[in-house]
Write a protein that binds this ligand. Sequence first.
Ligand code: NDP
Length: 453
Amino acid sequence: MSDYVKDLIAEVKAKNPAQPEFHQAVQEVAESLAIVFERHPEYRTAKILERIIEPERIITFRVPWVDDQGEIQINRGYRIEMNSAIGPYKGGLRFHPSVTLGILKFLAFEQVFKNSLTTLPMGGGKGGSDFDPKGKSDLKIMRFCQAFMSELFRHIGPDTDVPAGDIGVGGREIGFLFGQYKKLRNEFTGVLTGKGLNWGGSLIRPEATGYGSVYFASEMLNTKGKNLQGKVCLVSGSGNVAQYTVEKINELGGKVVTLSDSNGYIYDEKGIDKQKLAFVMELKNVRRGRMQEYVDKFKGSVYTPVDPKLDYNPLWNHKAECAFPSATQNEINGKDAQNLVKNGVYVVSEGANMPTTLDGVKVFLDAKILYGPGKAANAGGVATSGLEMTQNSMRLNWTREEVDTRLRMIMHSIHTSCVQMADRFGTPGNYVTGANIAGFLKVADAMMDQGVV
Ligand code: NDP
């Protein structure tokens, strides 16, 4: 690691205490960029990375609301407007009790590079709240969303900042948020993505992150003359990304044997086929139940609850060829990565954001497996959000086939950029350096053009 990168990481840690996820995300990118700074000292002189690391704006706000019992509740809301060099801020909202400033800063930082990779004109942002939607009535969710938007609406707009969903924010929440924005602003604009089809949404947006991550895996396999046909796949999570990852793997002939939620995971050796996936979708999206119910319904499958005493996740310790982490950050540690490689996994496509720790990433890179980092592999979601924005601006709707074809083309182009950039900077086959460098260069050049702002 160069002294410049070492000093930069040390400064980030000192200046942003108690934000380990943010430090981790910065470290991974900064290490990848060392070679770029060697070849292009002009980016160093212009302090481009230092400027990208410092959010352009952070908004935090109080979200007071009244629950079903008439009791007043107070949550904290955030929006991180990270970088607008190549377009309006764009990135999801996360509602989860684990949300902190550091988590949202890591997500916003990743988003800058990811959005740049999509080839679409979108800057990076992220937001959310420590609100826990789990087990809450629709009415409570609506009241919270309205309270949240009552402040957020002054900071966003179709040409300024366009939020979308993330953990805990799906179609239902986007609906309530959009309704409140429209009421306060008295205008119907494409200010959020992930909207319902009847009111400005795009076909394929719900599917896009999961589908995109599977397309990215297919692209990586294709470099070895292989495809997903007959491959055994491990998928974590059971939310939006996980569900459509399973759907696309099934369509392409693979077999998914695991799914999880924060309480535990299920292993189904026979595979989670179309009918079983329909059950999971109804369980998670309508009844909002727990994965454990799966084993009561489908005999032969096994449920394993989370064991906090373990220093590894048994979900990643099954024989398989592909893994699609699709739940949350740091769900694969060094030991999990070793277990995956040991069990025969040679394709990892990250649907979640930063699901692998730095130790785990090192294991994958040392083993030279096909490892697609989140900012490349899960960029299909935000790319299709970009396509939703385009359709909103043109005031027309593309067909399912049209959007899916564009999504597939974008994933192909992201894959090509990663491969080419990794080659150009002397790390062939390394999608981490490829994605970080390709994402960085476009934003860096725009910032150079626009002066010190
Ligand atoms: P959902 O809320 O739909 O689903 C999240 C899933 O992950 C649930 O199964 C949830 O279980 C599980 N999960 C969440 N937090 C934890 C935790 N701390 N420990 C264990 N399991 C957890 O979210 P998405 O599917 O939208 O998002 C999943 C990942 O994909 C996130 O990393 C997100 O940032 C990333 N992503 C999402 C995009 C999108 O378009 N939605 C785009 C790009 C990336 P439980 O129900 O028990 O909480």
